[in-house]
Design a protein around this ligand. Structure first.
Ligand code: KDG
Length: 339
């Protein structure tokens, strides 16, 4: 099906029309092809990161490897693309850690609400042993985790009312990522959550199937959610890392030199992506307000009530995630905070 789809839409050509209509990443002639797909659109820092990966890999391999980039779920949603990597019918995707937990449950550790207090702590923990060992676990599932990229702190939007207190969550129909812990946390907050693929979210909000969703400001702004959402709150309830995933079947078919090149490129492109992402997340709340959204700030006192309310979820999921991983990441957080 994928092959038919790719032929039908002319492969790379339609897929990479940039904002100005130019083809940002036409690429032909290489012997090996990496099809890299994401759910977010072409304006998101995640896509800019993919373009950087393409630039580095094509240059370093003298075009022996070409990278075709696809955005906006053109190759499917996070789960479908991850499965395609396992089957060897797609080479790269960069999902949030939440849906990856359906393949390697330990990744749910990053869905523990309010785990990371800051981007700096996240950087340090993700570079540490426990988080790096999680990447290695992906190989058992025919996936290679080449690097952590950043989605960022998630904030709540909805079309019903300003959310300032924990009571304001009551009954709100919130789309969550496809992750059981994430879902349970929103239930504890009193909301009425529904898991759904990212690719279906805009339509669900437009049609009123859900009242709201949660994503970083960059996504809320760049995906034009302000057109269908009126209220935004700085809940900052979860920091979502992205993982740069490669098909193990494809990776194993590369020479050692090529493996090193794609590894280094995923890291270097990730640094670029994270930098752009932080600029975007810092800047876009203001733009959301300019677009007419009403902003509610969560006070320290209310945030603490939310932290307390979700505590049972950590205990309930500890065994599913793996107690060693939970304790290891929490220790790493404490250590990073102490520095
Ligand atoms: O490209 C990545 C997206 O598909 C996705 O992971 C975004 O955080 C996300 C969500 O809310 O599903």
């Amino acid at each position: 099906l994928l092959a038919v789809l790719l032929v039908a839409c002319g492969g790379d050509d339609n897929a990479n029309e940039g904002q100005n209509g130019e083809n940002e990443s036409a690429s032909e002639g290489g012997e090996k092809i990496i099809r890299a797909g994401i759910g977010l659109n072409q304006n998101h820092p995640q896509y800019k990161g993919l373009l950087k990966f393409k630039e580095i890999v094509e240059e370093e391999t003298d075009g022996e490897i070409t990278v075709e980039t696809y955005h906006s779920g053109q190759l499917g949603d996070d789960r479908t693309m991850t499965e395609a990597l396992q089957l060897g019918t797609q080479e790269v995707t960069v999902p949030s850690t939440a849906p990856i937990a359906n393949f390697v449950p330990e990744f749910s550790v990053f869905d523990i609400p309010f785990l990371f207090p800051s981007e700096e702590v996240a950087d340090e923990v993700l570079a540490g042993d426990v988080a790096q060992d999680l990447l290695k676990k992906l190989e058992e599932k025919d996936l290679v985790g080449l690097a952590y990229w950043e989605n960022g702190f998630r904030d709540l939007t909805n079309s019903e009312r300003p959310v300032e207190t924990i009571e304001d969550f009551d009954g709100l129909k919130i789309r969550t990522m496809e992750n059981d812990l994430h879902l349970a946390a929103f239930e504890e907050l009193g909301a009425n959550p529904t898991p759904m693929a990212f690719t279906e979210l805009f339509t669900a909000m437009q049609q009123g199937t859900v009242d709201g969703q949660e994503n970083p400001y960059a996504t809320i702004y760049l995906e034009n959610y302000f057109e269908v959402q009126d209220y935004v709150s700085d809940t900052h309830h979860v920091y979502s890392p992205f993982v740069f995933l490669m098909s193990k079947e494809f990776y194993d078919g590369l020479s050692e030199e090529e493996q090193q090149i794609v590894r280094d490129a995923a890291k270097e492109a990730g640094e670029h992506q994270i930098k752009l992402n932080r600029e975007a997340n810092a800047e876009y709340l203001e733009k959301l307000v300019d677009e007419g959204m009403e902003f509610s700030e969560i006070s320290d006192e209310e945030r603490q009530k939310m932290v307390d309310a979700v505590q049972p979820v950590i205990e309930d999921f500890k065994d599913d995630i793996g107690a060693e991983t939970v304790d290891g990441i929490m220790e790493a957080v404490e250590q990073a905070q102490g520095e």
